[in-house]
Design a protein around this ligand. Sequence first.
Ligand code: ADP
Ligand code: MG
Ligand code: MG
Length: 911
Amino acid sequence: MAAQETVDHKYVYDFSEGNKELKELLGGKGANLAEMTNLGLPVPPGFTITTEACQAYLATGREPDGLAGQIEAHLESLERAMGKRLGDPQDPLLVSVRSGAKFSMPGMMETVLNVGLNDQSVEGLARQAGGAAGQAASGGADRFAWDSYRRLIQMFGKTVCEVPGEEFEHALDDAKHAKGTHNDLDLDADDLRGLVDAYKKIFLKHTGREFPQQPREQLDLAIRAVFESWNAERAVLYRRQERIPADLGTAVNVVTMVFGNLGPDSGTGVAFTRDPASGAQGIYGDYLANAQGEDVVAGIRNTVPLQELEQLDKASYDELLGIMARLEEHYKDLCDIEFTIERGKLWMLQTRVGKRTAAAAFVIAGQLVDEGLIDLDEALHRVNGAQLAQLMFPRFQLDHEFQPVAKGIGASPGAASGTVVFTSARAVELAAEGESVILVRRETNPDDLNGMIAAKGILTSRGGKTSHAAVVARGMGKTCVSGADEIEVNVPAKRFTVAGQTVTEGDVVSIDGTTGKVYLGEVPVMPSEVVQYFEGSLDPEHIDNALVRAVHRIMTHADGKRRLAVRTNADTGADASRARRFGAEGIGLCRTEHMFLGDRRELVERLILARAPGEREAALAALLPLQRADFEEIFREMDGLPVTVRLIDPPLHEFLPPLEQLAVNVAVAQERGEDVAKEEALLAAVRRMHEENPMLGLRGVRLGLVIPGLFAMQVRAIAEAAVSCARNGGVAKPEIMVPLVGAVQELETVRAEAEKIIAEVVGDSGVEVLIGTMIEVPRAALTAGQIAEAAEFFSFGTNDLTQMGWGFSRDDVEGAFFWRYLELGIFGISPFESIDRDGVGRLVRIAAEEGRAARPGLKLGVCGEHGGDPDSVHFFHEVGLDYVSCSPFRVPVARLEAGRAVVETGGSDSR
Ligand code: ADP
Ligand code: MG
Ligand code: MG
């Protein structure tokens, strides 16, 4: 046989070879076990099989070449180090085989403990345990060995060979029953020996083979099972929900067993270095004496608070506290850990940077700054806008009176209470009567859209974060809990059952779209403290509230760091003033169309129906003072700050009653013999103005060019309001924004007329009025160099730019098929939620560059909803815009993210 020299790809790493940066390759668990090993902490020796080995296995269905040999070599050196051999009948080395992917997927994949036990080595283990503990404890040692063996058969059977877990549990229950106890600790060695026999029979019955006695075969099968657990159904579902890529694979850790079930001086526990819910300092954990790791989580026996370990084993407790402090100092963050004590000796089995609530994220970041572990830049990096947004939603005021009856997925945040309805029609009906309703469905579909709009919240028993209900609710900013599968929905009977209770139409429920929890009855809602702080009603310097103080400190830092200004979208004085308190530095989008609604509709109708120029002018003249008053109020609220006013944008027929309603009115009036001249004229106008595709029809700048005097009236109202502000000692900084421009000629035409009016109104008042345009039609983005010649600023209307860039109308597509696109991964997130960097974002980038090249100093902003989306804010920072504008409630989120964008690009500025 010719010897072949091949250099094997490295698939196995000893714990001493890895470190915490290698999560991608070694998984989080493996990387952190290596890190702790290298810190000199007591970690049982072991090695990690890489995610690459898993990927290769999953792709080909077999272990990659070289893997078996590398495992053999690492096992041998482990055996040498421990002075024991795997499964040795006299003194067996036992190992655990543990999954661990790059991202933590709690409880999703498999772990097998005590690998290496068989009919012989169980005796050896007992002798060794007994010997070590002295003669007196040998009865306990037998018990321990047989308990470990039965656990191996149970875990191995269940996870490696798919034996139904209940069968083992029933056998365990039977054994306890026969003994007349509920506590597994009351089973003695003989009972457990009997249980092992029973387990082996179960194993044989389900697999058609004996429980494997070869230690190495146990090990190989367990490793393969961990690989395969990556594609277990629940793991696949979890990944989809959490948006974890499907192709990462899991690493496998082979770890020397240490035993928490060796008697009362042994045990196992979990702990956090701070409270992961509130962020409060201190040790939070649970401890269980005489148990193996999985017992803590499984809730087999009641754990005790970790603090009680101090009484049980002070030396180990002190050592543990020391290690936790060391870990925090090393990771500079909240850590969570798993540990085991084997006869008074402490072993660390896992650590990772712990998950935490949004509130804890802020509080902990603040504390770590105080403790000198991180600086404020890092604190800013550690929190995010999604967490801040969560802290701004009103919350349920929960006392013990309210227990959740079900828990689904928090699909769209918020707290909503309301009357249960089961159909869209009923939701619309009750909402029209002013009731708050919660629409409950098994799952929603496009037919439910009206009901979803009418409802205060949506509750479904099926579907995840990308289900129809979830996607549409998030798009609407509506509270939604999806996939609450304990709920049995019966739509025809208009009821659902949960936890043995029946809820019928008309009953009240409360849903928490952040936690996914569902409550019966009306849970009182309380305003968020963080909003009270932003509103100015909580003074962070003078209250004892760790959260508010941390938010204040981090926000202040973000404001100091950010280059992007943050403005708001506001159409009224009230919105403007709230946004200003939230930190808005101007208005980026003031829509003027609402100024045509309500009792002003009549004037608009007159404008539309005007036959002669005189009629039209009269209608416009009547609208002028009304608009002027609106602008005066807004300028007053935004005194000293820029206000971008968009000239009227929607098609005019939106201001007329719907066709069907007019047709009915005319018919009814005719029947009664009434005068129908006006109704008929309106009806004719609606028919005449009907558009197949209004989104692409007569709107925006096109209206201004077609309806004489319309834009002129608005420009005059803006200029006059600004001048009147100045006369009253204020400073108005109006920026007139022309919507839907696609060609520079459109803008030039509007501009020429506007400039004349402005010059005439402004005179020597000192008021300066800028004229610019929205960039929301793809052609505008692509000819931005030309358009910039006639524009002092651009504001990207990314909603329309997304609609026209993708060629889909938002109202139609979100409910119709976005869920499918998300499911297929065509996009990971709706392009209306977060800017599509590659496509729509590219248009923004081109327009920004070419616009600035043509006119240095061109002011650039964005006023689509993306202005308040964390990821999009980072993109707009990168592209070099001057400001983002978003709804008032999003202003703090944008401020925070604009600061984070600077910190994350190393403080550099791309311009
Ligand atoms: P999970 O990722 O579900 O927490 P783990 O791989 O961490 O799964 O293991 C499950 C339990 O078994 C944990 O409580 C862990 O501490 C314990 N465990 C794992 N390996 C060992 C070992 N070598 N010795 C003792 N206990 C172990
Ligand atoms: Mg674990
Ligand atoms: Mg638009």
